[in-house]
Design a protein around this ligand. Structure first.
Ligand code: ADP
Ligand code: MG
Length: 237
């Protein structure tokens, strides 16, 4: 049951899974708040990229997703924009503590880029973002996490360290993103990823993005995602 949408000549969006929401053509089709639309306009994002066209309606509907698209295709906003919506939808944001959105990335550079992209959209909503990765003082990161945040962007090893130090709790986490999953596996982070996933409630929404899908990543996806929709963006033919 594969569907193919031709985004433009030579570029196709392939989706598989059941009840796949139709791709959007514009950001206006996403039902974003005027506040979020203003933040998108401020970035000068005129229209969604192909992976965003397919992924936004899927993720906004609450479904799990496996997103496969090459570097530079706009995957970050595809998970950050629905994450802002997900967080703003939570009743009584202040009652519990710990991040709602948890993003794992393979390297500190990538984690930092995602941190910056998240901040662009989170700031105007009063949503706090923390970045957690190696090479920074553990004590400083501990203090920052203790001050509280709704989004944490982390490399897996350092996030495990912070969880062990009880710098944060995962009690409120309901939106988990594994970005560049193939690279995280290449770097040997599979045990850390499994440990992090095991600490987040099973009824969470889980998003997995990867440039390639080696068998080991496929196996993890089958184990930790619920009825995922797979989206692949690539050349026609
Ligand atoms: P990926 O994670 O797929 O490698 P990124 O999310 O880092 O790609 O996005 C690549 C670049 O495209 C970034 O500079 C980002 O700001 C920009 N970008 C993302 N979405 C859009 C859009 N809809 N319109 C224009 N530029 C965009
Ligand atoms: Mg990326």
């Amino acid at each position: 049951e594969e569907d193919v949408f031709e985004y433009k000549k030579s570029l196709a969006i392939r989706t598989s899974g059941f009840d796949v929401p139709r791709p959007v053509k514009t950001f206006e089709d996403c039902g974003f708040s005027s506040q979020l639309m203003a933040a998108i306009k401020k970035q000068d994002y005129q229209k969604p990229t192909p992976i965003q066209c397919a992924a936004l309606p899927i993720v906004l509907s609450g479904r799990d997703i496996i997103g496969i698209a090459k570097t530079g295709s706009g995957k970050t906003a595809a998970f950050v924009l629905p994450m802002i919506v997900h967080i703003m939808d939570q009743p009584e944001l202040q009652k519990e503590e710990g991040p709602i959105g948890v993003i794992c990335a393979p390297t500190r550079e990538l984690a930092y880029q995602i941190y910056l992209e998240s901040k662009k959209f989170a700031k105007s909503h009063g949503i706090r973002v923390c970045a957690v990765y190696g090479g920074m003082s553990k004590l400083d990161q501990f203090k920052e996490l203790k001050a509280g945040c709704e989004i944490v962007v982390a490399t897996p090893g350092r996030l495990i360290d912070m969880l062990k130090m009880k710098a944060l709790t995962m009690q409120r986490a309901t939106y988990l993103i594994l970005d560049e999953a193939d690279r995280m596996f290449d770097l040997g982070f599979e045990p850390q990823i499994r440990s992090i996933v095991g600490q987040i409630r099973p009824d969470r929404q889980t998003l997995l993005f990867s440039a390639t899908m080696p068998r080991k990543v496929e196996k993890l996806a089958r184990e930790i995602l619920s009825d995922p929709i797979r989206v692949t963006v690539g050349e026609v033919g």
